[in-house]
Design a protein around this ligand. Sequence first.
Ligand SMILES: [Zn+2]
Length: 303
Amino acid sequence: MSERKLRIIKDFLGSYYKVNDEYLFYCPKCKHHRKKLSLNFDKNVFKCWVCDYIGKDISWLVRFHGSPENKSQWNSLVGIVDFSEIDNIKEIVDISLPEEFISLTDIIINPLSIPARQYLKSRGLTRDDIVWWKMGYCPDGDYKQRIIIPSFNMKGNLNYFIARSYTSGEWQKYKNPPAEKDFIFNDLYLDWDKDITIVEGIFDAIVAGNAIPLLGSTLRENSYIFQKIVDKCGKIYIALDSDAEAKEDKISKLLLSYGVDIYRVDSSGFGDVGEMDKEAFQARKKTAAFVSLDNYLWEKLSF
Ligand SMILES: [Zn+2]
């Protein structure tokens, strides 16, 4: 395995020499005239002795300095899904909206829809939000008295929906259909060229805008969401519930180790992002804390 990895690295970093377990290459960051970038394949770490360019995963070098061909060779070697293929994976979708679904985007207001509209209004949602998210509701059926928010994949096909109760007496707030959870809610609407925020739930995503709700999961390294973030984002904002610090730490560390810069949005004073209004969130976002590799990774590296 190391030999094959070495061959890929050599293809973009050039020649090397070996001292004990370490392979020394020219550093692509400071471009020092001597071979000062040390790679240790057993520990899967690298470090430049001149400029302190460091990382706890050699994949990171490939991601930033390798050619597209290097990346795909590397990915097939270490078992990461080829990033260019990921949009084609989750295409087996067998889901449809409930039969009783009625859109809330109509101009003419059905009196039956008033409680649903009142609920959304009480959460600070506007008509623009309803239209953007293509919201509806069910007056009857399995999803009786629930707001329905559909999710569309990159091809514009429905791949999930959220069903949130709008009556106060309902013990089960969410009753979502069973589905493969490894997808990005409304992938279709995300603008990957703009700031993206990771949030907990759909109502947080509505407030944050251009956000990925985790929908009760965490971010796993082998998931579609994670791989797409690593592939598309140089930086990302994280705004989880104020009591979810441990989860936020874990996600931050994981993304940092893949070279994604992290900005943490402080949600203290609010239970979650969904309780803020959009202006309050944007103000918090402006003062988001940059989390650096230095804080998180120094102690993890052992040379
Ligand atoms: Zn260097």
